[in-house]
Design a protein. Structure first.
Length: 295
């Protein structure tokens, strides 16, 4: 068999392996939280957008919720300020809030451009639009850290309208309180809240780690899939710490809130989303309901 025929055969096998997953998830909503290295590296950024666009073209209804922490810190530094964090949350005074909203809006528009270059219609919105994300002031250990919001409600109608009209929504994690004050929101929490509100079948977190480890220092303890009860037990037993703890809490909350499955993927791996969703082996860590028998 000629070399080009062998290569074509391999491509055909990949497509056949993906077929049952395409059929299964047709017209299902998937929320992708996009941030970390996959956002700051231009090549990885292009690959993530290719993945999400492909999901849209094969029948998924994707929603992107993006962060922008590194870019915000860079702009804060440019105006002569020093980024400050308390328990992993950015201290956000009025000037920093203005910078954050500007930067996140710019990120959204750049992502829209990349999606539309691939032939898919996209719209960028923030949580302020149509009352999408309602918030209240968030305290960190009782400490006032400025304009950081805790989500109190989600109005998903604007997202449903976009999906029904064949648009790919791209959401910046900014919200309003009851006095119409603007607040910055943790993007992981925004993605979790939106996934629950729209009844997403999947929620994907792109991170800078391979997934969940029972002991991060021991790579043999990697967890490829875990029930929500087992994940909550890891939290209760104090086995998960650092930056993974709030992300793990968001994963379990999403599953408890009706999201079918949640995935933590290494966004540094090219096309990690497609590998997880369209191949038998997958990659990263998948969280599922205790009564999920379709595994």
């Amino acid at each position: 068999m000629e070399e080009y025929q062998i290569e074509a055969q391999k491509k055909a096998e990949v497509l056949i392996e993906a077929l049952p997953y395409i059929q299964k998830f047709n017209r299902k909503i998937i929320v992708v939280k996009y941030g970390g290295s996959a956002m700051s590296n231009p090549e990885l950024q292009r690959q993530v957008i290719q993945d999400v666009t492909l999901l849209k073209l094969v029948g998924f209804k994707p929603i992107i919720v993006h962060g922008g922490g590194k870019a915000i810190s860079s702009w804060v530094k440019k105006v002569g300020k020093q980024a400050q964090f308390v328990n992993g949350l950015r201290v956000t005074d009025a000037e920093t809030m203005e910078i954050a909203e500007m930067v996140l809006g710019r990120v959204s528009k750049n992502l829209v451009t990349m999606v539309e270059e691939l032939g898919v219609k996209a719209v960028s919105i923030s949580g302020k639009d149509a009352g999408l994300l309602q918030v209240k002031k968030r305290l960190s250990g009782g400490q006032d850290i400025g304009f950081v919001g805790e989500i109190t409600g989600v109005n998903p109608k604007v997202l449903f309208d976009m999906l029904d009209n064949d648009y790919l929504p791209i959401v910046a994690p900014i919200g309003l309180d009851e006095d119409f004050q603007t607040y910055n929101i943790n993007a992981d929490e925004a993605a979790c809240a939106i996934a629950k509100a729209v009844g997403a079948d999947k929620l994907v977190y792109l991170t800078d780690v391979e997934g969940l480890y029972r002991n991060f220092e021991d790579k043999s303890t990697f967890v490829s899939r875990i029930s929500v009860s087992d994940a909550e037990k890891l939290i209760a037993d104090g086995l998960i710490g650092g930056g993974m703890l709030p992300k793990l809490s968001n994963c379990t909350e999403a599953v408890r809130g009706g999201v079918n499955r949640v995935h933590i993927l290494d966004g540094r791996i090219p096309h990690s989303i497609l590998l997880e969703i369209f191949t038998k082996k997958g990659n990263g860590t998948m969280f599922y309901r205790d009564d999920d028998i379709d595994l």
